[in-house]
Design a binder for this molecule. Structure first.
Ligand SMILES: C[S@@+](CC[C@H](N)C(=O)[O-])C[C@H]1O[C@@H](n2cnc3c(N)ncnc32)[C@H](O)[C@@H]1O
Length: 433
């Protein structure tokens, strides 16, 4: 009663392949190695090293030394420009890496096997191309509209000759005539071109990545008093905010279709996710994926879509209905993550004597019992909604109806534990993952 709910540990938010997932930045070590960082580090009464997150110079210096120390990247931005936090931006890169390596849509590698990304609004910091190229060898086109962003993104690329050949900085032609299509969501985007008119004829990309201007006004942008990451109006604000910006991306993607394997964007407000997903379904995308990035005190979401027919379509409906079963868990309470659900799936099967092998990074469990050998995978649809999929190992045959009876029991148990008030929905062989 009246008890404060315990904060979930921050670690659950960090992607398992993120460099900082087990080793958060060590301020004492960095201060000893980089004297320019030393003045920004102070110690709490318990002797814990800290920096003042409200001090722009401190956050910029931290980003500079982290990029240098952990990624061998030489980097700088002028005063007031948006300063990225390296662990958070790395999460988005790793999520894209997961999408590209998954079998949701057929895997395909273009020229020279080099993954090619398009960073919409790369900013002066050019963070996604720098991280993607240094961590994973990806190549990028990074676009932007402001002179300061273009000038400093170029500088940041040139100062890193080891990866500079992988990154092109592209100016968006703001004179390019806009079609001014209505976004049908109460706000119409009236800014410069985003993808159409910037992507060249016949260009192909594996993905686009985007941290859009989230806000409609600078007042709205300044709502977090606990950090100072900078950010000018050109970086933070656009008419209609992120809803209008991402809606325009969706409209552009309808024209560009399979020129990109995956279209992705960060979403700042959860309330925008639902209508963006509906919009995507309306325009006939084949797949929608979402994820949550928990960043210290704040959450952001990732949304991804594709027009490429999903791999699952290859499975005939007869085989799918027998060998693949799915159900949705909706209204999951906030303190539970997909990982908690996965753990419960494990206990459920272990409790009946099966042996289980859990893969926490890819969110699946292989279950082996006398009669059955199958995989249960948990996919996050939107925050609070999970899709649970059970699939027989290829070539496995079982007594008709056995998998579906086991699955009904599993669904019942999970529903009771995680969303007692909601009814879950069975969907077999759904394309909207
Ligand atoms: C929130 S900042 C993101 C900067 C950087 N990618 C990051 O994550 O820190 C948004 C960027 O989008 C740029 N921008 C706004 N409209 C754009 C458009 N139509 N095309 C390309 N960039 C745009 C802004 O100039 C700004 O640099």
């Amino acid at each position: 009663m009246g008890k404060k709910r315990k904060r979930a540990p921050e670690k659950r938010s960090i992607h398992p392949r993120n460099k900082y997932s087990d080793n958060p930045p060590d301020f004492t070590l960095l201060a000893s190695l980089y004297p320019s960082f030393q003045p920004y580090v102070f110690y709490s009464r318990e002797g814990k090293p800290k920096i003042d997150w409200k001090d722009f110079n401190a956050t910029r210096e931290l980003t500079r030394v982290l990029l240098l120390h952990d990624h061998s990247i030489t980097w700088w931005i002028p005063d007031g420009q948006l300063c990225p936090t390296v662990p958070n931006r790395s999460n988005y890169i790793h999520w894209i890496e997961d999408l590209l390596s998954s079998d949701i849509i057929p895997n395909y590698h273009g020229d020279n096997n080099i993954i090619k990304g398009f960073d919409i609004g790369t900013g002066a910091n050019c963070i996604y191309p720098l991280l993607g190229a240094s961590l994973l060898g990806w190549s990028f086109v990074g676009s932007d509209v402001t002179d300061v962003a273009l000038e400093w993104a170029e500088k940041n690329v040139k100062n890193n000759p080891q990866i500079s050949k992988l990154i092109e900085i592209r100016k968006v032609d703001i004179e390019e005539e806009l079609t001014n299509q209505n976004t049908n969501d109460g706000g119409s985007y009236t800014g410069p071109p985003i993808l159409l008119g910037v992507v060249k004829n016949n260009e192909k990309f594996d993905f686009c990545i985007c941290n859009p201007p989230f806000f409609e006004t600078m007042d709205e942008a300044g709502l977090n008093p606990n950090t100072s990451c900078g950010g000018t109006p050109a970086e933070m604000v656009c008419p209609g905010g992120e809803q209008a910006f991402i809606s325009r991306m969706i409209q552009d993607s309808v024209q560009l279709k399979q020129s990109f394997r995956w279209y992705t964007s960060m979403v700042g407000k959860k309330s925008n996710l639902k209508s963006l997903i509906s919009k995507l379904r309306e325009v006939g995308v084949t797949v929608v994926k979402t994820t949550e990035f928990v960043q210290g005190q704040t959450s952001r979401w990732g949304i991804a879509w594709s027009f490429i027919p999903p791999t699952k379509k290859i499975i005939s409906s007869h085989v799918a209905s027998k060998n693949v079963l799915t159900f949705m868990l909706e209204g999951i309470q906030r303190q539970f993550s997909a990982f908690h659900v996965l753990q419960s799936v494990e206990s459920f099967f272990k409790g009946s004597g099966a042996s289980c092998k859990l893969n926490a990074a890819l969110f699946y469990i292989d279950v082996i019992s006398n009669d059955l050998h199958f995989r249960v995978t948990v996919f996050e649809q939107i925050p609070g909604t999970l899709l649970v999929r059970g699939s027989l190992k290829p070539g496995e045959t079982i007594v008709p109806g056995l998998l579906s009876s086991v699955f009904l029991q599993l669904e019942d148990a999970l529903r009771k534990e995680f969303c007692p008030e909601k009814v879950s929905t069975h969907i077999s062989n759904s394309n909207h993952q």
